[in-house]
Design a protein around this ligand. Structure first.
Ligand code: NAP
Length: 281
């Protein structure tokens, strides 16, 4: 039976330390502040933004949401970003995705100051991660590395398999694992013989958004299984990309959904924001 990797508990511990750091920062006359740009009224995004706001509040970080109508133009969005870039009271800027299709997310993110890019999505920060320099690391992969470290799970020399190649999870995950000396394979929707590749994984990261895609028979005995997926089922419940109840019989460690990677993603956002504030000071 696998040991549960408790992201919720670890996130709590991280928040506790951050709260102390924020108190120290405030003594210097600076209050860390996160600006979140939200466009349109996607209900799932609204929940994510609310969770981020609550998490900020818990550690004493100020939070401001900038809500825009879905008809906002690319030029108007860039103007908003520039204003926030120039606002000295704001240390971190986040553009909540998804954004409406007429907007170019990459172009928008490119306009966020790399020093305030607490999501780690700016090409400058992505580049720095890829050459192994200190930077803002995309929050979900960063959180996963922190979970592995917390439980003293060896990464060096291991076969790590990532399912999914998105810019926010899969791709930065490749770099994070590579920087820790894993041998990394990444799978996507065109990958052939995916089950054979999954079976070779000592560390498996599932980030494809397909409910219970990873089954017990696909996983190697003793594998470490990290489930990034958040899928809402018809009955309203949430499940990951891994068939948790069965895979846990074979894995050595496994993250639950919810309570695994999700809380860590937000904890790392706060970590990045505190880092941005300290860099600023
Ligand atoms: P995404 O942008 O939709 O990317 C999904 C990736 O999975 C793509 O690379 C796609 O391949 C690949 N894929 C889809 N179906 C596949 C299949 N049957 N076999 C192999 N690969 C397949 O998704 P994302 O934003 O990375 O998110 C992935 C999941 O993680 C979602 O459930 C999301 O809600 C969740 N998520 C959770 C957190 C958290 O904090 N826990 C954070 C972010 C995302 P192609 O590139 O070939 O299309």
């Amino acid at each position: 039976m696998a040991q549960i990797l408790d992201g919720k508990e670890l996130a709590k511990k991280i928040r506790k330390n951050l709260k102390e750091e924020v108190e120290e920062i405030k003594k210097k006359g600076v209050t860390p502040k996160l600006a979140v740009i939200m466009i349109g009224n996607d209900s799932a995004s609204a929940v994510y933004v609310k969770n981020k706001s609550k998490a900020c509040e818990k550690v004493g970080i100020e939070f401001e949401e900038f809500l825009f109508d879905e008809n906002i133009t690319q030029e108007e969005l860039i103007e908003v970003i520039n204003k926030l870039n120039n606002d000295k009271s704001i240390q971190g800027i986040l553009l909540q995705s998804p954004i409406p299709k007429h907007l170019n997310i990459n172009k928008a993110v490119e306009n966020i100051s790399p020093n305030k890019d607490v999501d780690g999505f700016h090409p400058f920060n992505v580049g720095k991660l890829s050459i192994g320099e200190d930077t803002f690391i995309s929050c979900t992969p960063y959180g996963i590395i922190k979970i592995l470290e917390e439980y003293n799970i060896d990464i060096e020399g291991k076969n790590a398999v990532i399912l999914g190649r998105s810019n926010i999870v899969g791709k930065p995950m490749i770099q994070c694992l590579l920087n820790k000396n894993a041998t990394v394979t990444v799978c996507h929707s065109r990958t052939k013989n995916i089950e054979e590749i999954i079976k070779r994984a000592d560390i498996l990261i599932a980030a494809i958004g397909k409910p219970k895609f990873v089954k017990e028979n696909m996983v190697k005995e003793g594998a470490v299984v990290i489930d990034v997926g958040i899928n809402r089922l018809k009955d309203g419940s949430i499940c990951g990309d891994v068939d948790f109840d069965n895979v846990m019989k074979k894995a050595s460690y496994i993250t639950p959904v919810p309570g695994g990677v999700g809380p860590m993603t937000i904890a790392m956002l706060l970590t990045n924001l505190v880092k941005a504030t300290k860099n600023n000071i």
